[in-house]
Design a protein around this ligand. Structure first.
Ligand code: DAH
Length: 360
């Protein structure tokens, strides 16, 4: 049989000319398949003399092995190239900056809640939470508001519906965040330092009242906590929150069933020129209620009033948000008006912190 060199070259060229796995397979069948050219040639060996068979047989075997190896190598390199191309095509730059004009903004209530949390966290207060549908006992009794106490009426409570004949104790939409004080005391015991921000509900609706609004409760209990520490804590808070160098607070004697003594706290401010300035001027604005936790309240929370004492306060989040950001109408908070949200909203991603700045 003749020289195999041209045959070899011809097949190697076809192998190298194949550009995808299907073409490679086609070449393999045409050369090495059952009816492939090389296979057919090997079958012809039977008709040759023993000498021819020996030399040509060996040459054909070598050619078959060489082509087989070339086919495999070409297939691998095509697969590699396909993977490279795919990786290049699907490449995604995760370092791209965010879109310059995000659609959404952070609602002022969320922003202020974060600001308040950041300031109190800096003073060692943790955040505690409780349910918005609360039992009568947590919302009133445990806070020393007896069933006949006038405060029950003042709270304009929403009662949860009970089927006739269902005699379980009533549940209410919590009218203040104070019940979370009781839950936190029961859960954590003393000493304790928590704030409890959240939604509260009262049946009331006018320019300065909405049926749902937000409060933040504060509670600090230890062996020798006093009114002086309450005053310092609130002054520090107001200075940080309103971002002014100096604030002045006025404590007015008041009454709350859950504190004794109790004080309402006003902040010095100035309304001249129609603009509110905190920390100067001749006006006073009430911003919160506070006092020393009543012994009965401590006991309801499972804490011994002979060993421990503490202060508590409750503040309207919506109210301090209006004061800080000059928002005139409370109801706008809950109307979901996009133009209002774009005007008063905050950039997403600017997480308030005491060190990094509260509002920018
Ligand atoms: N719970 C009161 C309210 O809703 C606010 C309040 C006053 C909370 C005095 C307190 C406090 O913890 O000590 O009007």
């Amino acid at each position: 049989m003749d020289d195999l060199t041209p045959l070899r070259q011809q097949w190697l060229d076809r192998i190298n000319g194949a550009t995808d796995p299907a073409a490679i397979e086609e070449v393999r069948l045409a050369a090495l398949g059952k009816k492939g050219e090389i296979s057919l040639k090997m079958r012809e060996l039977g008709r040759m003399t023993p000498e021819e068979r020996q030399t040509i047989g060996r040459a054909l075997n070598e050619l078959r092995d060489e082509l087989d190896a070339a086919l495999r190598a070409r297939k691998l390199s095509l697969e590699d190239a396909a993977l490279e191309a795919r990786l290049a095509g699907e490449w995604l730059d995760v370092t791209l900056p965010g879109r310059p004009r995000p659609q959404g903004t952070i609602h002022p209530i969320s922003q202020v809640t974060e600001e308040v949390t950041a300031i109190f966290a800096d003073m060692g207060f943790a955040v505690a939470e409780g349910p918005q549908v609360e039992s009568d006992w947590y919302n009133f009794d445990a806070l020393n508001i007896a069933p006949e106490h006038p405060a029950r009426q003042e709270h304009d409570t929403f009662f949860m519906h009970r089927a006739p004949g269902d005699n379980r104790p009533p549940h209410v939409l919590r009218t203040h965040t104070s019940p979370v004080q009781i839950r936190a005391m029961q859960d954590q015991g003393a000493p304790i330092r928590v704030i409890c921000p959240g939604r509260v509900y009262r049946m009331d609706m006018d320019q300065t009242h909405t049926p749902m609004f937000h409060q933040v409760e504060g509670l600090a209990i230890d062996r020798d906590i006093s009114m002086a520490q309450l005053k310092w804590t609130l002054e520090e808070f107001c200075r940080a929150f309103f971002e002014v160098g100096q604030v002045e607070l006025r404590f007015r004697a008041s009454h709350f069933p859950f504190t004794e003594p109790s004080a309402e706290v006003d902040i010095r401010c100035d309304w001249s020129g129609g603009q509110l300035k905190i920390g100067e001027g001749d006006s006073w604005l009430e911003i919160l209620g506070s006092g020393m936790v009543h012994p009965k309240v401590l006991r309801a929370g499972g804490i011994d009033p002979d060993q421990w004492q503490g202060f508590a306060f409750g503040m309207g989040i919506d109210r301090i948000a209006m004061l800080k950001y000059g928002i005139p109408d409370l109801r706008a908070f809950f109307e979901s008006d996009l133009r209002w949200l774009r005007h008063y909203g905050f950039a997403a991603g600017d997480v308030p912190s005491v060190a990094g700045g509260l509002s920018r």
